[in-house]
Design a binder for this molecule. Sequence first.
Ligand SMILES: [Zn+2]
Length: 303
Amino acid sequence: MPANNSMGCGRAEDRRRRRAVHRAALGAAPIRFDARRRLRLPLAFRSAVFVAMLLALSTAACMAAEGQSPSPPAEAPAKANVVLVTGEDYPGHKWRETAPVLARALGAEGRLKVEVVESPMFLAEGDLAAYRVVVLHMKNYDPAKPGPEGGKRLAQFVRDGGGLVLVHFACGALQEWPEFVELAGRVWNPKLRGHDPHGRFRVEIVDRKHAITAGMADFETTDELYTCLDGKTPITVLATARSKVDGRDYPIAFVLDYGKGRVFHCVLGHDVRALEPEAVQTLFRRGTAWAAGMDLKPIGQTD
Ligand SMILES: [Zn+2]
């Protein structure tokens, strides 16, 4: 700005000043846009701003079309659709009794919307992409249902960012697909001793820093202590139990990453009684929320 401008010399400047004083006296000084003083921004910058505005407008339009409100992208979803896949298992596993108990336990986490599908074929033919988490509560004895194709679809679902939860004998599912051990972390090896005699045992939380088990205390349960898990896939063990038969500690709950997705695997849950303890339900509930990518507060933390 030239220095003499501040002096306001000349007739035109005098007239402008008088008009300004007059307007000030009326209390209605208009805001004028001086076209000659527009900012001269670099062309590249203006183009970038234009493109950004177009993108923002198109994003808002898409969200409006889908009935969503625009919000910043976030890793942690506010809600998640969960599909609990069951419908076939070892005859001693009464999935018609246990599946509703498990579904209710997961649904107690208000952010999880749980649906039950009573067919393992869902893995081969179902719309997995409609869900954030697949909970496997099944063991297919028919190798053709869902077959390796079901395993590959499930793997792709998790690789793309979906969550997977395995319950009890789901470690024995998909035996016809050898790569299952990379997805499940550990799988049932029929050559190993299956489990301790059904009975009471203590579950020890061995990782109290993980989001799922933060603030969780050890607990007692009545179930089958699985001793049949096999595999070398890297896992993070969250809970163990000591066998009364051989005195060894066995993994009870563990997690792993697979592609962009998360896997929570817990071998508890033989029957309704085994799924009833609050600690067991908490473990599955928090494991499923974690697999969905949700934020979890440590147990006992209120804010
Ligand atoms: Zn069992």
